[in-house]
Design a protein around this ligand. Structure first.
Ligand code: EPU
Length: 422
């Protein structure tokens, strides 16, 4: 298994190209199951989650080809198999995104129920509630599979709020299914994340009639079919946020290209409080930091609040602030496996329920550490960039799920980081 070696202490300087958003790419790729023609997607990142979904989509009868110019060409060639099996679903929870499109287009979807993962239980009740509201018959069948069937889906008004607020992929799944339903569907308490809006924009280019995406009320007028189309996906706001922290933690200066600050208001607000300077010129954003980092309080929230997907990275940054910070995780209360690993590097952290008290220290020290999930891995890389000595980050297959060549991008702006194959 590959690992990363990081020697800390280098100030990062230079330009980083931000990739397309993984969490926009995955539902949009799944939505191509509903199209009658070829879809050409631009900006889909080369990360292992995309590879896994491509494998699943091929099993479901889609031709998926990466072109030399980076575009992904996708076209359904065989609708015979509508079963997403455990083997692939267990590797990637976002496989659940095929459920809505399969049901809408083929009238049947059998999808292995995704289990919990390192960041918590992750139920799918909201996905199922929304599909049932559209008229689907949903059953748990053999081998932990969920079987959804519907001759016709019919528009309905529904409330998709849950115990932890709205759900991104449930909103995506239900919105996709309603696109090919009859009549008008209204989703209340819809997730407002930019990735949901991007999916709706893609569907509308392909012929759907969706309004309100990006707000808590989405209205979908069902259409008979979707055509092939070309589409460019949005930049990855979480990758951009990760590089912003890289600039701030190393007291460096990075220019991020292909960065949409309007998707990052909750993040830039905190970063400025911490003491970073952020300036933008179109989609070019410059981030630099003063030596002094202020402690802050962070609570993760649904968009436009501070994203859970940057909680771990900001924890790494706040380890070096001049005072005590408080971080509360409200989306995935168990998303804290990085706490123990950062502790191995000299961080002073105390966890109480979903809250972590961060006592700022003068320095972190390199250590062998273990990545537990995608964003926790990124936090360990960031901590390694400033730690004294060498940090060895193991299990980086988590990192490869969602960051495109992160060690190459970091090395190109001055980090001392390398991937070791074993
Ligand atoms: N929830 C339910 N019932 C459901 C679905 C979700 O109670 O049916 C709860 C979850 O347990 C959680 C909250 O609702 O407490 C929000 O979860 P959500 O469904 O929004 O998460 P997701 O759609 O499974 C996406 C991203 C995650 C990101 C979350 C929150 C994709 C493929 N994944 O997951 O990304 O953390 O939204 O923004 O879009 C990552 O990229 O590292 C990642 C984990």
């Amino acid at each position: 298994m590959d690992y990363l070696l990081v020697n800390g202490g280098k100030r990062l300087r230079g330009t980083v190209q931000i990739s397309g958003a993984k969490n926009a790419a995955l539902p949009i790729m799944a939505a191509c199951l509903m199209s009658e023609g070829q879809c050409v997607l631009r900006g889909i990142p080369s990360v292992s989650d995309v590879e896994h979904l491509s494998l699943l989509l091929r099993q479901l009868g889609m031709r998926v080809e990466r072109q030399e110019d980076g575009a992904l060409h996708m076209q359904v060639v065989d609708e015979g198999n509508s079963h997403a099996e455990y083997e692939l679903v267990r590797k990637m929870r976002a496989s659940i995104c095929v459920m809505g499109p399969l049901l809408a287009k083929r009238g049947v979807a059998q999808v292995s129920m995704p289990g919990g993962c390192a960041i918590g239980d992750r139920p799918i009740d909201l996905h199922l509630r929304g599909l049932e509201a559209l008229g689907a018959d949903v059953q748990l069948v053999d081998q932990g599979d969920i079987l959804c069937k519907a001759k016709t889906l019919r528009g309905a008004e529904m409330f998709l709020g849950g115990h932890f607020g709205s759900s991104v992929t449930a909103t995506c799944n239900v919105m996709m299914a309603a696109t090919l339903g009859q009549g008008t569907a209204v989703i209340e308490a819809a997730a407002c994340e930019p990735e949901v809006k991007d999916l709706a924009d893609f569907l509308n280019v392909a012929g759907a009639q969706i309004t309100g995406a990006g707000t808590p009320r989405i209205v979908i007028e069902g259409v008979d079919s979707l055509a092939g189309c070309e589409y460019q996906i949005i930049p990855d706001r979480i990758e951009a946020g990760t590089f912003m922290v890289a600039a701030a933690i190393t007291n460096g200066e990075l220019v991020l290209e292909n960065c949409r600050l309007e998707h990052m208001i909750g993040v830039t607000h905190k970063l400025r409080q911490i003491g970073a300077n952020i300036e933008s010129n179109g989609d070019k954003v410059t981030v630099s930091s003063a030596r002094h980092l202020e402690p802050v309080e962070i609570t993760t929230q649904p968009y436009p609040g501070f994203p859970t997907d940057l909680q771990a990275q900001f924890m790494a940054l706040l380890c070096l602030a001049d005072g005590n910070s408080v971080i509360t995780e409200k989306i995935f209360p168990d998303r804290s496996m990085h706490v123990g690993e950062l502790g191995r590097m000299g961080a002073r952290l105390r966890k109480e329920g979903p809250t972590v008290m961060v006592e700022g220290v003068k320095r972190l020290t390199g250590a062998p550490v273990m990545a537990s999930d995608l964003r926790a891995s990124a936090a360990l890389v960031l901590a390694g960039l400033i730690a004294k000595g060498t940090t060895e980050i193991n299990r980086i297959y988590h990192l490869d799920r969602g960051y495109e060549r992160i060690e190459e991008k970091l090395a190109a702006v001055g980090a001392n980081i390398k991937r070791v194959e074993r």
